[in-house]
Design a protein around this ligand. Structure first.
Ligand code: FES
Ligand code: FES
Length: 157
């Protein structure tokens, strides 16, 4: 069957098998930032933005995103994304790195909807992202730091 959606700003058309999951389709088409972890919706390694919301691509059939807008880390290049990457690195929040694309997607989704999230809101946004290395503290700090930097640049406009 044919599935059409916008992938990282470009209109795409794919022939997919019935039952093919979005995770496989994206990885087979060059989006290697989308990681294969649990494949049951529990670890968040495969998260992508679907119309701006963070969702696990292992639990979505490719056919379900027909007509939607999909963004992976490969397509996150704006100021918010760059600040987030910078803050995660500066905070020492990247160790093995396997969870980081999913964390970026969750954080990006949160900060694009909410200017100054509380710590509880950040924790809730990362609820679906499993990280075995960092204990989350540094990731939460990095997201707060990004929110401050972005807030500062908004104020200085
Ligand atoms: S691989 Fe999709 S949530 Fe773990
Ligand atoms: S940095 Fe290793 S799993 Fe998160």
């Amino acid at each position: 069957m044919k599935v059409e959606f916008e992938l990282n700003g470009e209109e795409k058309s794919f022939d997919v098998e019935p039952g093919e999951v979005l995770l496989d389709l994206l990885r087979d088409n060059g989006c290697k930032s989308v990681k294969r972890g649990c494949e049951t919706g529990d670890c968040g390694a495969c998260m992508v933005l679907v119309n701006g919301r963070a969702m696990t691509s292992c639990t979505l059939f490719a056919a379900q995103v027909n007509g939607r807008e999909i963004r992976t880390v490969e397509g996150l290049e704006d100021e918010l994304a760059e600040r987030l990457k910078e803050s995660l690195l500066e905070a020492g929040a990247v160790q093995c790195g396997f969870c980081i694309p999913g964390v970026l997607i969750s954080a990006y989704s949160l900060l694009s909807r909410k200017e100054n999230p509380t710590e509880e809101e950040i924790e809730a946004a990362l609820d679906g992202n499993l990280c075995r290395c960092t204990g989350y503290i540094k990731q939460i700090e990095a997201i707060k730091e990004t929110s401050n930097k972005i807030g500062g640049s908004r104020d200085g406009r």
